[in-house]
Design a protein around this ligand. Structure first.
Ligand code: FES
Ligand SMILES: [Fe+2]
Length: 415
C-alpha cells in the first residue's frame, strides 16, 4: 500500500482574496514532506532566537540548544563575543557539550577530543599516524550569530538576509523600552501537539478571542478587534485601516501591529484583566518611566517573518513569545517576561498578575491548537473558509507563506 497525498497547489486557493478563498489545505499542516521543505528552505532563511545573552556574558559561559534537529553550542569566547556553532564532534558525531555552564574548553565525552571556546580543535590524542589529517583545519562549524537586546540570534543558512534588516521593526520599537534595564522575571514552555503554522495562524486573527479568551476580550474595547481589519502589506508600506489600527511592514521579513489608541480605560496592559481598570492599576504603578505618553495605552506586537518570534511591548514590560518547531506536529512555545525592577510590593503584585494572565491566555491557545491538529488529520476535513474581515490578516499571512515556499514546492513537484 502506498500512502499518497494529492497536494493541492496553493495558487488554487489563494488567488480569490479572503472573501473567496478556502483556508490552507490540511496536508500543509500535517505532511512530513511539507515540514521537511520548510526545514530546508524556510527555517534556513531567517534568524532564530536561541537564548539569553546574559547566559553567555563571560568568557567560557555556554549553553546548548537544538534548532530543527540541529544541535547547537553557544559560547562566549575569550574576546567576550558570543558565538554559536554546531555541537557535533568532528570525530564520530557525539555532542561535545551538554546543558549549560562555564568551561575553559570543551572535551568531547566520547574519545576526549578537545575544542577551544571558538570551536577550534585543540587536542586529539590517539590520532598520531592518521594520514592527511590536519587538526588545525578542524573545528565545530560556526554559525552567523548576533546579540541584540537581551538575546542571542542565530542564522542556519549562509544566505539569510542581514540581521539588521530582519530585526529593524522590533529594534525601532524597542528604543523606548530600555531593554537593558529590564529584569527576566521567568518564562514558561508549552509542548504543543500541532504544526507551528497552526499555532501561528491563531496569532494572526482575533476572531477567536471572544470565544477562547473571554477574560481578555473583556479587557479590550470592542473596536480594538479592528486589528483584524488592518489591511496587510507584506511588501513594505504602511497601510492604515479605517478604524485607526494599522499594520506596518518595514521589510519583507518583519512587521508590526499596533493596536489603536482609543478612548477606553482598559487599553494597554494585561494586568487590568485581574486588577480592574487601567486607572486603578495606575494608582499603584506608573507605566515604565521612559515611555512616551502614547505608549502608556498601547500594546504593540512586532513579529518577524516567518513569525517564530514575537515581541510584545506593553506599558508594564516586554513579553517575548517564541515558537520552535520540533517536528511536523510538535511545536515548543515559550513565553518570557521582561519587566522593570519592582519598586514596591504593589508593583510586584501587578507584575505577578501580568505573568499569571499571560500564562492563562497561552494555556487556552495551546489546548485549542492541539485540538485542531487532531481535526486536521480527519479524513473528513480538508479545508474551511476564511471569515472575510476577521481573518483577512490570517489570509495575507498564508498567502505570504505560499509565495515564500513556492520555489520549494516547485522543486518537490507540488505545483
Ligand atoms: S566522537 Fe568526539 S572524540 Fe570521538
Ligand atoms: Fe489566542
Amino acid at each position: 500500500m502506498s500512502l499518497h497525498v494529492d497536494f493541492q497547489p496553493l495558487p488554487r486557493w489563494i488567488d480569490k482574496g479572503p472573501a473567496g478563498s478556502s483556508t490552507m489545505p490540511a496536508h500543509y499542516y500535517t505532511s512530513e514532506l511539507i515540514y521537511q521543505l520548510e526545514r530546508n528552505h524556510l527555517f534556513t532563511q531567517t534568524w532564530h532566537l536561541v537564548g539569553k545573552s546574559d547566559d553567555v556574558a563571560q568568557p567560557g559561559d555556554y549553553f546548548t540548544t537544538d534548532l530543527f534537529g540541529e544541535p547547537l553550542l553557544v559560547v562566549c569566547g575569550r574576546d567576550g563575543v558570543a558565538r554559536a556553532m554546531i555541537n557535533v564532534c568532528r570525530h564520530r558525531a557525539s555532542m561535545v557539550a551538554l546543558g549549560a555552564g562555564n568551561k575553559k574548553a570543551f572535551s568531547c565525552p566520547f574519545h576526549g577530543w578537545v575544542y577551544d571556546l571558538d570551536g577550534q580543535l585543540k587536542r586529539c590524542a590517539g590520532m598520531d599516524g592518521a594520514a592527511d589529517f590536519n587538526p588545525s583545519g578542524i573545528g565545530l562549524p560556526p554559525l552567523r550569530t548576533e546579540t541584540w537586546g537581551r538575546w542571542v540570534f542565530v542564522a542556519l543558512g549562509d544566505d539569510t538576509p542581514p540581521f539588521e534588516e530582519w530585526i529593524s521593526t522590533t529594534a525601532a520599537r524597542a528604543a523606548n523600552y530600555n531593554l537593558e534595564g529590564l529584569v527576566f522575571r521567568g518564562g514558561r514552555h508549552w509542548n504543543v501537539d500541532a504544526n507551528w503554522k497552526a499555532y501561528n495562524d491563531a496569532n494572526h486573527e482575533a476572531y477567536h478571542v471572544p470565544f477562547l479568551h473571554p477574560s481578555l476580550f473583556n479587557t479590550y474595547p470592542k473596536n480594538q478587534f479592528g486589528v483584524t481589519n488592518a489591511s496587510k502589506n507584506w511588501d513594505g508600506s504602511a497601510v492604515t485601516a479605517d478604524n485607526g489600527s494599522y499594520t506596518k511592514m518595514t521589510t519583507s521579513f518583519g512587521g508590526e501591529i499596533c493596536l489603536p489608541e482609543v478612548e477606553h480605560e482598559n487599553v494597554g496592559s494585561r494586568p487590568v484583566a485581574l486588577l480592574g481598570s487601567v486607572p486603578e492599576v495606575r494608582e499603584i504603578a506608573e507605566p515604565m518611566p521612559q515611555l512616551q505618553p502614547a505608549d502608556h495605552v498601547r500594546h504593540y506586537f512586532t513579529f518577524m517573518w516567518p513569525g517564530l518570534v514575537q515581541f510584545h511591548f506593553m506599558p508594564d514590560g516586554v513579553v517575548v513569545l517564541q515558537m520552535r518547531p520540533e517536528s511536523v506536529n510538535r511545536t515548543v512555545v515559550t513565553m518570557e517576561f521582561w519587566l522593570p525592577p519592582a519598586a514596591s510590593l504593589e508593583q510586584e503584585l501587578i507584575q505577578a498578575s501580568l505573568i499569571v494572565y499571560g500564562v492563562q491566555i497561552l494555556d487556552e491557545d495551546v489546548a485549542m491548537i492541539s485540538l485542531t491538529d487532531r481535526g486536521m488529520r480527519s479524513r473528513h476535513y480538508n479545508s474551511g473558509r476564511f471569515a472575510p474581515t476577521p481573518e483577512n490578516l490570517l489570509y495575507e499571512y498564508n498567502v505570504w507563506y505560499g509565495k515564500q515556499m513556492e520555489p520549494a514546492f516547485e522543486s518537490a513537484g507540488i505545483v
